[in-house]
Design a protein around this ligand. Sequence first.
Ligand code: C2E
Ligand code: CA
Ligand code: CA
Length: 861
Amino acid sequence: MTVAPGASATATRHVLLLSSCLVLVACALAWFVPWGAGPRLVTPLVGWWVVAALTALGERFAVHMESSDSAHSVTLTELPMVVGLAVLGPFAYVTSQIAGSGLALVLDRRQGPLKLTFNLCKTLLEAVVAVAVYGAVLDGAVAAAPRGWAATGLAVAVSNIVAAAAVTGVIWVHDREPDWSVMADAATTGLVAALTNSGLALVFVILLEQRPAALPFLALFYAVLFRAYRARGRLAHAHSRVAMLYDFTSAVDRSTSGESVTTRALVETRRLLRAGSAQLVLLADDPADSVGAWLARDSTEAGPVAVPVTAREWWAPAAAGQAILLKRPAAGEPLPQGPDGLAVDDAMAVPLRSNETVIGVLVVMERSGAVSQFTDEDLELLTALAGHVAVAMENGRLVSQLREELEQREHASLHDSLTGLPNRRALVAALGELTCRGIPCALLVVDLDRFSEINEALGHRVGDDVLVAVGERLAALVGDVRLVARLGSDEFAVVTGVGASADGSPAWLGMSAAILDVLSSPVAAGGTELEIAASVGVALAPDHGNTPDALLRCGDIAMHRAKEHSSHRSVYDVADGDRSHRALVLATDLRRAIAAAEIEVWYQPQADAATHEVRGTEALIRWTHPLLGRVAPEEIVSTAERTGSIAELTDHVLRTATSQLAAWRDLGLRLEMSVNLSTRDLLDLSLPRRVAEHVARTGLDPRWLTLEITEGTIMVELDRSLRVLDELAALDLRLSVDDFGTGYSSLTYLTRLPVHELKIDRSFIMGRHDSKDDAVVASTVELAHRLGLRVVAEGVEDAAAWARISAMGCDVAQGYGLSRPAPEAVLTPWLLARAARSAQVAPSAQSAAPPLCGVIGADAA
Ligand code: C2E
Ligand code: CA
Ligand code: CA
């Protein structure tokens, strides 16, 4: 006998043993059966084969009503049973039952040997019980008489319960867990149905005895009744299926990741279809690479394992989109195999579809209990489940995809994309953790020296390569390294412990040396070996701060100081902190001060060197900080450059100065205005437009406005600066090279720059000057005049200086000797007075006795 492999050999033995027990009980009961008794009702109309045929039909057209955990069939077998008991002798009755059931089981349900054996044994016992009870209760009375009714009812009830007990028993021995629902059903709804059917069958028997001619009417009634049963059965079936699907969907939906959807789906599918095992095969692009997971009868889970799909498997058509209900092969043919490689004699497979493509196959094998088999309705149910499993898996996939993306984003938010090192956020978090828990640590801020030169000279690609190499070298540092991070651009950070190293020095000291060492060898990038160098600033927790911010600030300050040291290393020093505290305060307050017009604009007059007539003024900023007092203009400018508010500052000065010039012009003062530009301004392509707006707003002649630039500015990004300068010159205003003679002298550029004026730096004019200074001044004047440029001498502090620069050919004088810078309120009366005097005094007289008007002491040092 071939045994269903899903059922283990022991289970098979147990089923066979139980079947034998049923036969034994039947044999024992047979003792009480009056085998010799003839039929109670003799009729030529119904022979044993008619009862057998009716029994087979009753089995065939059983109306199954299933719910998720029980299944009971309302069969019309009570009709042949009751009729058989009445019209056949006991032996003929038993024969008819076995023949009828056997016929239905073999021909219609195609049951395997084990199930068939059990079911036939069960039928035998049922039949013997029925005849025994019937005979005992009837005790010779007439079948159609009231005693016959009782005998019929009891025989049907008892045999039904015995059958239910047998089914419960076989599920128990097969599955090793009892399913009491079969018994419960048999004792409740099953019993009611059975007794009702028996009653109807009795009517048949009574008519058969007394009015056989009326039987066709009854048959008609039965037909109608059968249809009604079927309809109700379908309804109940549909209802229970909806309930089941609902349970299924909610159970599967509760699982979230792709993995557990598989498991949940298998568990639920197996439970709902009362299958021995369930399997899910996920098809790969190449079906040979498909993987599967399964849940076996003993609830062990396996997978994912490779389940190559070839065309040979019985379930392969499911991979092509077709649902399959496996029919038993003809005797002698080998049993097919499930995806787990074991032989099966009862199975179904359906495709899992996602967007019309088959993504997998759901297979269930071995209907539990060994007594029933999968039906077309089960196949429909499995198809519906598969639909939902596919959706749940798709959802699960999306959820895990989302989760993955989330993790990636989380990673990205804490890591630098170029070097893959933790970023500033991650560093702050790590420092926060250490400082919060009071763990002493050292923060080493590492900054590459002159990295911008690499970027500018060789391009950002090469710069990136260098940064990656630096990151790798730092990440490879050994010792008490807690974290290596990239803070941004060319700045890195290393966090170490503060323990002593072998030689007794603090660990961070050795670490800073190690960092400088690994960064001292050249980096291969851009096809060459690039020399690099770095500076390291050290801040210690808790000595220098116990928050990430404080440590980073101290580390930064120390690093900047290290840049000035030849050792390239520096530990934070409180004095540095004070300096940077001031910088911090200025940086915080400047933008607001600009917006609130707290930055004042003062003006310093410039006069014709020869005639002493005031030609114009230079606008100069002044800021008195509420806490820090007076802030030097250079410091204001550098703070604005550092904090990115230089455009606002320049705009503020331009607006104030042009408005002032317009006001003076309105007063009849024929002045010009010089405004200083910062190094950064010339890199700002929007500057020409902004300047043009100020000129247009005030309606000034652009030639009255001079913009002073320093040579250093132009050097930085020559092309860009030249573009801005050309556009400024195109506005028809004047450009002046300030502080001429200092900085990287760029005489070569002078011919290329669209400038109109040179301002000789005050260091050549003021105080102690020597013949060399004079030589510089004289040659500058000569050069400038050759190029058609006007020359302004700054720092003209006294009459002697004035006379000297005048003698050397300077065109304009500016300095304390004429006037200190002063606010408008002070300067306007002075200018008006000067203008009035100029109008009276002839130019020749003026030059003869230069009236030095160092009267304004507003800007006294
Ligand atoms: P600068 O453009 O060379 O301005 C001339 C500086 O020399 C002014 O210093 C002025 O007060 C000073 N000075 C003028 N005559 C004499 C003199 O006879 N003796 C001495 N010892 N000094 C004299 P200040 O106002 O302190 O400005 C310093 C620098 O700040 C300016 O140098 C300029 O580079 C910058 N600056 C001032 N205002 C602005 C501005 O609005 N924008 C920009 N970008 N920079 C400005
Ligand atoms: Ca200037
Ligand atoms: Ca100057």
